[in-house]
Ligand binder design. Structure first.
Ligand SMILES: [Zn+2]
Ligand SMILES: [Zn+2]
Length: 189
């Protein structure tokens, strides 16, 4: 079960390498490959009034890009800020049982909040948001356990409280989905 990580708008190589190493350890049975080509977003998905990207449009753009069909899941890692519907901003977006997910890096950096840069914190946040969005593509919904990676993040504080881990219940649901996928019975995009 190959997860393709797609760099969008020049994310730091360190983040890509970190996700490549960590994600398969957190998602049993998956492997991760970082796509060599870095994608640029078209101006049509940028909202100049909000100075942010439209996340729904970014996800649609990602779906339309010519990518290898080898990917079980496609995770876009975009170094931009984005919003969606009624939300002022989003850390990421995915569809339940969809094939595509995306995370946005800008609000994961402490510098965004006027704080001192902290690379480890930044990397861990990127990992949590990646696990969260991929979790949605495996059918997981938001979890009430605030330490579970599937807990909804209203702010970066929520992201920092949750752990880069699925709670027992979410992990069970995830593993059940993987088993069903391998036997061809899982719902698909
Ligand atoms: Zn979510
Ligand atoms: Zn959970």
């Amino acid at each position: 079960m190959l997860i393709l990580v797609v760099p969008i708008e020049n994310p730091p190589l360190k983040v890509l390498k970190y996700l490549e190493y960590e994600l398969p350890r957190r998602l049993p049975g998956t492997s991760v490959e970082v796509v060599k080509k870095v994608l640029d977003l078209p101006s049509s998905v940028y909202n100049p009034h909000r100075l942010q990207y439209d996340s729904d449009a970014v996800l649609e753009f990602l779906k339309g890009v010519e990518l290898s069909r080898r990917g079980f899941r496609i995770l876009g890692v975009a170094d931009v800020d984005a919003y969606s519907d009624q939300l002022n901003f989003v850390f990421g977006q995915a569809e339940i049982y969809g094939r595509y997910a995306v995370i946005y890096l800008q609000r994961l950096r402490p510098e965004f909040y006027g704080l001192v840069a902290n690379e480890n914190l930044f990397l861990e946040r990127a990992l949590k948001e990646s696990m969260h969005e991929l979790g949605h593509t495996f059918g997981l919904l938001h979890c009430t356990n605030k330490y579970c990676v599937m807990h909804f993040s209203n702010s970066i504080f929520d992201t920092d409280v949750k752990l880069p881990k699925f709670c027992t219940r979410c992990l069970r649901t995830l593993l059940t989905y993987f088993t069903r996928f391998r036997s061809g019975k899982a719902p698909l995009y």
